[in-house]
Design a protein around this ligand. Sequence first.
Ligand code: BES
Ligand code: MN
Ligand code: ZN
Length: 496
Amino acid sequence: MKFTFSKATIPNSGILAILVSEGGKLSAQAESVDKTTSGALKKAMKAAQYTGKKGKNLVVYSPANTGLEAIILVGVGGPKDQESELNIERIGGTIAPTLNAHRFTKAAVLAEKLGNFSAEEVAAHIAYAAKLKAYHFYKYFTTKKADEYPTFKELTLLVTNTKAAEDKFKILDKVADGIYLTRNVVSEPPNVIYPESYAKIIAKELQPLGVKVEILDRKAMEKLGMGALLGVGQGSTKESRLVVMQWKGGKPADKPVAFVGKGVTFDTGGISIKPSDGMGDMKYDMAGSGAVVGAMKALAGRKAKMNVVGVVGLVENMPDGNAIRPSDILHTMSGQTIECLNTDAEGRLVLADALWYTQDRFKPKFIVDLATLTGAITIALGRHYAGLFSNSDDLCDRLTKAGKAVDEKLWRFPTDEAYDRQIDSVIADVQNIGNEKGAGSITASKFLERFVNKTPWAHLDIAGVAWASKDGDFCTKGATAFGVRLLNELVLGLEK
Ligand code: BES
Ligand code: MN
Ligand code: ZN
């Protein structure tokens, strides 16, 4: 996919997209295009009862006197629809589907000032959103015909100051690259992405950007005493891995911020096996780790001025003669013992060692973990918010604000001491499921909290938002990469 920025002269061939405000209003330059066409655009708008509502686009073929194949009218709505970068991006998100629906491969967009945003900013955010929305994972189709694939390949943004728009886009483009990486690894099936192969992909993707990548294998983790993480993986023929990523964009002496991800490359439930209906969904049980990896790619790609650590625990949860059993006792790196009463509550076992390792080695300013941790979070929040659990109000505020800005919304849950009592075990320090019904997402978070050693920490339960069964503003159905934009936005706020 190619995005270029060039001088705002009206092309005389191909496809031109122009922005139309509520009420069918055109910019001065767009007005002159309409004049050239002897009013074809206004006539088309009238005939189609088109008013420039945001999200509504109209294609006018062969407009007179222009040489253009078509003009796409892109609805940008009124002032309320242009208040934030996110809203501008929502406009950009409609472009790829429109081009695909009409089998167009490329177009030029005549950018203009919208709300408080310059034409150059509008252009950059439109290009960014078009790229996000254009993602497709179709590498495994072999018999599809050419006319069944999306067509959109190239967008030219017409602006006055091309350099300003390019500079802005360059940064956003790096974030988009991180998002693409996340969507790719989350979409891949578990026979392709398993701990060892996944760790190699992480190294290959991040090392060239200057990220230090360390891969801990089973032996290394045994030495560290990571009996919980390794316990989950012990029923699988695929060996577990812990991958540690370090981006040092800040001052050498500055403590890093840390992101930790659940990377269960496939979750059968283990001996507490899941029903087969829908089990295939559990290929995306590594989406938390995927978000961390994508965020590291975005941050390193745009050279964030911060020290950032990413840690992902990669395991496959399989039933087997050697698998852990419900009631097994696991010894963690922290020294605490876990009574594993349900082998399907495995994400928290992986994170127990990954979190402890992260705080112990890096003494970070704070830790944010991301995990497709509980089905219960989807019962509570559906598919529009991720659950937020934290021991720090400040971190919650920052995360919530960042989430709002990029449409990766978070909702904070209570984390009272009473929930912690529900995971006290009779024979060990902690058990991996609650001893009362209900509040499954909260008790899971209380379990994690026992392994952060008082570090300011937030846990994002993304089980409901990591995968979309419907197209969204910036994403066709499938892996959403929820978390990448959020973490990038969080870091942006801290860099200032
Ligand atoms: N990976 C699942 C949670 C999940 C469910 C992710 C749906 C994405 C979509 C997790 O490991 C799990 O199995 N959780 C159990 C916990 C229970 C055994 C306490 C659950 O939610 O049922
Ligand atoms: Mn599970
Ligand atoms: Zn799981």
